[in-house]
Ligand binder design. Structure first.
Ligand code: AMP
Length: 372
């Protein structure tokens, strides 16, 4: 079976690495002009001229990147099975549609309003009560196209800095931590849920994911499963879906979803019985899902901007290095290291020991390492 992947970055690369042992072949379709997957065939097509060629070469289509025209996915779906369905793409490309769907399915979200001018942004900030977060409705990722307003008077400056005709204004969530749940749905509707991960960001970029999230109450995992299950079934979804959430004293509040394998699930490569990548390939190929249980405790450390001393990390007996074969550039995801341990105490020590060889890494902090 040949799987066509829309997008050709590191997620596509890791999908292929997981798919080869299952005898899958891969054709990547890249609209960016700078593919980095480095595996399989790559069709570079900035203007959509070679879509027919792509369709004729693949049996199934999936994607590793959600900022692609929905029309392209819809066109492909007329000819070949496309998993996840184009509607999933459509929903997650628009924060208003996404939050509306969450609300309809009973998934808690921050209180929100829409603004289409600096004046309505100010009014929304007044009504919701500051602080609020304003985000462009479309084209936002990794904290880009966003502004936090501490007072309604900051509306004009926030509006100008975002520079988008329509924004969603959300009440600022006073969260204990950021978490995510990754789940997978098979063609026959079978479901599997990975343990929740605790995620730490720095300058808008994920830096550390710990899984299973430490000190997680059982009902939080159950709530997250209930929420993501309702999304998966509503969308008749096939493949891996990620739901990013805030954990608060009153339970979970949903932030956004990603209709694909996710950076906060990279720990599953060594840390789970079946990785998110393999399970995505299994699902989109029509196979049974693999066991999602954790093998122990894991922490994923992202390698951002510069590679650091990889040779030293390779000497660590508990570290698994994954490099994406990309050039160094500030803020760029170049690879990740998965650390495994048998206790959280050991995990913290190992993560710190590893992170010292990654000069761009912020100090490791998590709920395991309370500040002060
Ligand atoms: P997003 O692009 O929606 O994932 O937002 C990027 C980051 O901004 C999140 O990971 C949070 O750290 C922060 N953030 C977004 N929305 C809110 C919110 N309503 N309240 C508090 N923090 C937020």
């Amino acid at each position: 079976m040949r799987i066509g992947v829309l997008g050709a970055g590191q997620l596509g690369r890791m999908l292929a690495l997981a798919g080869y042992p299952l005898a899958k072949d891969f054709v990547f379709y890249d609209m960016s002009g700078s593919p980095s997957a480095g595996l399989g065939e790559v069709i570079i097509d900035r203007d959509g001229q070679y879509l027919d060629d792509f369709i004729s070469r693949v049996d199934r289509v999936t994607y590793e990147f959600e900022h692609l025209p929905v029309a392209v996915a819809e066109e492909l779906a007329k000819h070949k099975p496309v998993h996840p369905c184009p509607r999933a793409l459509e929903v997650c490309q628009n924060r208003e549609a996404e939050k509306t769907l969450f609300g309809r399915l009973g998934i808690p979200t921050p209180q929100w309003q829409i603004a289409d001018s600096a004046e309505s942004l100010k009014a929304a900030a007044e009504e919701l009560g500051c602080p609020v977060v304003a985000k462009s409705i479309t084209e936002g990722y990794d904290g880009k196209g966003q502004a936090v307003l501490k007072t309604p008077e900051e509306a004009q400056a926030a509006w100008s800095s975002i520079g988008h005709p329509r924004v969603i204004v959300e009440k600022f969530v006073n969260f204990k931590r950021e978490v995510s749940i990754i789940a997978v749905r098979a063609e026959d509707g079978d479901l599997a849920f990975y343990p929740i991960a605790e995620n730490t960001h720095h300058e808008g970029i994920l830096r550390y994911s710990i899984a299973p999230a430490p000190a997680l109450q059982a009902h939080i995992q159950q709530d997250a499963e209930k929420y993501i299950k309702s999304l998966l079934n509503e969308l008749n979804y096939v493949g891996v879906l990620t739901l990013e959430l805030f954990e608060t004293n009153d339970g979970l509040v949903a932030n956004e979803m990603a209709p694909r394998v996710h950076n906060s699930g990279h720990w599953t490569i060594e840390g789970a019985m079946t990785s998110q990548f393999e399970n995505h390939i299994r699902a989109v190929s029509g196979h049974a899902l693999g066991n999602v249980a954790a093998r122990g405790l894991s922490c994923m450390i992202n390698i951002i901007g510069e590679h650091g001393d990889i040779e030293r990390i390779l000497e660590l007996p508990y570290a698994h290095v994954h490099l994406y074969n990309k050039g160094e550039r500030p803020g760029r995801k170049l690879g990740h290291v998965n650390i495994l341990a048998d206790s959280y105490e050991e995990l913290v020590w190992r993560v710190r020991n590893c992170a010292q060889f990654l000069p761009g890494s912020p100090e490791f902090t998590s709920t395991l390492t309370p500040r002060g």
